[in-house]
Write a new protein. Structure first.
Length: 359
């Protein structure tokens, strides 16, 4: 897409949510990769949107499945998806692979976790994950685990001693330490513990919407000051009403740039490119899904059955073009927009995934 800059989604999904098995999976708390639908529409929409690369979530996040075994299985499933769609998809191990994906008109697929529970008590597993191509590891989901506290853990206890060992092992193997969903102390302590820059791949700014899933200016500033990356999501948490709009996305990007500087902010939508076609049917099942998350203790403040887990006026194949138009209208230069849409994540990937420590 020559009319668009490089677009890298620091956290997103490759899926057709309208396909029957994907719609069914959406109602579950821990859908497996086999239930995703990477079909012709998924790929066509991703190409049409101008997407260059996306960090997808695989492995254990929550639920009753055995974390380590399930994670290894999901990596194998995604290897199969990429292999079966080699003309369209490219597994990303290095920043050079992202550049290659753009040159070859393919979509770079970055393997990432949204919970590090699969490490178990053995940091040696991180070497296994790295060898298998995992490149992003989020320390916690919303709840606490044995590594640190998530954003909804009331004690806000920070990293555990084992959590520090996990961060050190991630550093050693050149994996991104993602602090999305983490509690405030966990985020600050991990950023200070890490030798390499860390990231918050999908978040909002708490100064604009005081909800736990959003990050304080102190967290944002610290991550950026150490060479890290902050991705703004297209999620309901951008507005305390739960009804976030494209204008909210822009305001959170602007605030993050003001706090972090223009070299450290990007996007991590936490959504698909392919739109849900039947929103009425989706809304009918949403209340049950939100209730299940709440009962399982994994929901976040701001999730309600009357809110959508995406921004209604910033979705579908034109979502990135629309965001660019809004940022231009805000007075952002093309150079700054290119950084936000993908350049900053690529530079961050160069700093973390490269053999040498850059700080």
């Amino acid at each position: 897409m020559t009319d668009l800059p490089m677009i890298i989604n620091a956290l997103g999904q490759l899926d057709n949510p309208n396909a029957p098995r994907s719609a069914e999976a959406a109602a579950q708390l821990n859908p497996s990769s086999e239930q995703l639908t990477v079909d012709a529409r998924t790929l066509a929409d991703a190409h049409a949107s101008g997407l260059t690369a996306v960090n997808i979530t695989l492995g254990y996040t929550m639920g009753d499945l055995p974390p380590y075994e399930h994670t290894l299985h999901e990596i194998a499933v995604w290897d199969g998806i990429v292999r079966d769609n080699a003309a369209d998809l490219l597994k990303v191990r290095t920043a050079a692979d992202i550049r290659r994906a753009r040159e070859e008109h393919r979509i770079g697929v970055i393997y990432g976790f949204q919970n590090a529970v699969a490490v178990g008590e053995d940091t040696g597993r991180i070497a296994t994950f790295a060898d298998l191509g995992v490149r992003v590891v989020q320390l916690t989901y919303n709840q606490a685990n044995h590594i640190g506290d998530g954003s909804m853990a009331p004690q806000n206890r920070g990293l555990t001693d084992f959590g520090r060992s996990v961060v050190e092992a991630l550093d050693e193997h050149h994996l991104m330490v993602d602090l999305s969903h983490s509690g405030e102390r966990t985020c600050l302590e991990a950023a200070r513990t890490a030798r390499r820059p860390v990231s918050i791949n999908h978040t909002g700014c708490r100064a604009l919407a005081d909800l736990p899933r959003n990050k304080t200016d102190e967290e944002l500033r610290l991550v950026a000051s150490r060479g890290g990356f902050v991705g703004i999501y297209f999620m309901p948490f951008l507005n305390v009403s739960g009804h976030a709009t494209a204008a909210d996305v822009v305001e959170h990007i602007v605030h993050a740039v003001d706090v972090c500087g223009e070299d450290h902010v990007g996007i991590g939508t936490d959504g698909t490119v392919t739109s849900i076609d039947d929103l009425d049917a989706y809304r009918a099942h949403l209340a049950e899904h939100v209730a299940l998350r709440r009962q399982a203790g994994v929901g976040a403040a701001g999730e309600r059955d009357d809110t959508l887990p995406f921004v209604l006026d910033l979705r579908g194949v034109d979502q990135f073009r629309e965001l660019i138009r809004l940022l231009e209208r805000r007075g952002y230069t093309s150079e700054r927009i290119e950084k936000i849409m993908g350049g900053n994540f690529l530079d961050y990937a160069d700093r973390v995934w490269a053999p040498e420590v850059s700080r």
